[in-house]
Design a protein around this ligand. Sequence first.
Ligand code: G16
Length: 501
Amino acid sequence: MAQFQDVSKQSGLHPKPPGLVLQYGTAGFRTNAKLLDHIMFRMGLLATLRSKKTKATIGVMVTASHNPEEDNGVKLVDPMGEMVTPTWEGYATQLANAEQEDLLAALKDIIEEEAINMSQEADVFVGKDTRSSSASLSKAVLDGVSALGGRNKDYGLVTTPQLHYMVCCQNTQGKYGEATVEGYYKKLCQAFIQLTKNASNCTDDQKHLSVDGANGIGALKVREMESYLKKELHISLFNDGSAGKLNHQCGADFVKVQQNPPTGINSGERCCSFDGDADRIVYYYTDSEGQFHLLDGDKVATLISTFLKELLTQAGIDLEIAVVQTAYANGSSTNYLEDTMKVIVRCAKTGVKHLHHAAQEFDIGVYFEANGHGTVLFSKAAEEKIRQLAEDSIADDERKRAALLLQDTINVINQVSDRRAIDTTDAERRAVSPTGLQEAIDTLVKKYSQARSFVRPSGTEDVVRVYAEADTQESADALAHEVSLAVYRLAGGVGGEPKPL
Ligand code: G16
């Protein structure tokens, strides 16, 4: 077939280094940018197949998010703006690792397995972050799309949530919004303005926010969005990419891990940080005694679910709210949600796709990873109940006002989503291999009060992540160090023993 001739020809321009094996990780492929040209071309091919299969537009985002500048990566976006389905993650790995001479066979295997009609048209939306490698890598994606006869729309520099939004708008024929960057700003900002107008007692001070753009795409896009906010929010932008390096000493991951403000921000009140593709956000402030306070994903989920619960009570609407967390959620946030807020709490594996899936089971599913990824999902039935009340001419004013606030909330939330020596179970909270590691962790945890610890291989970086909590910072740091040493010894660590924190 002519299509496959193009693939053969074009793939020669994006050759795979022989023997290189890469896995589709937590959020796609991610490694040093120099190793990714063939992956990008092949993900262009795969996105085209996925589009033919689903008869819908598919998204491809070129970004390595919170990773250092020299890395890059790719995330695939499914028709409703969610992360690509797990079966296709498997195909992505197969296609990525096929040696050059086996590429066509690997492609045909997927076509056969999924019974794809190759005469079906295909559309792929492509976006990229500000990394210097992103321009040529996104070009490789576009080459892959055209090699299989797909149509593409190159959105250029966009945040990951913006690309998810475009895909969802396109596949809902504009019902979700207009599939342009301007449409995105208009939809979100109008809802935000409405929400702040309806919310009582919003002072001028509360309308100011310091934003750390992580020297990445988030900074560019916040600048663009500012005029749509019509002075309802005054933004001071830091780490805007004009001087510093992407994610270096700044950004959501830095702030969360270091529990400190980023370079450039003299954190007073109301600050927030994005990550490198602006799909994470954490908030923070420093109190009058100079103490730094982080409002991470756990805290954000708690605040949002409290807010929603109050509105539902005022509106008199009976809807089930659940909060989905990961093993990284601080134990006291889980207790608070369950015991005080009386909301259902579920634990899912790390990765937005897992949380998203779990959140879809409820009328309202609030999901946040502690690192700042998250959103709120409203079921269609929940949206409908809220809409009916908002439009009900005989409902009393307080109930209607609550319903209108809930509607604004729905609109302001972008609902679309989203080492190997260690193997885990129980939503990654317990290690099953290597032998003896979980027992060692259990013994160490018992030495401390209110302590919890777990380890898991990262799916985005070549590291093992160690989580520890305890009643004091010193104990948590000491436990983290002891668990790191256990991992190092039992799982064959490299690069010298971990140092105390
Ligand atoms: C991605 C995923 C997140 C995950 C993070 C870290 O985020 O979308 O769900 O929490 O990786 O994953 P890991 O601990 O496996 O390295 P991002 O912002 O890096 O794309």
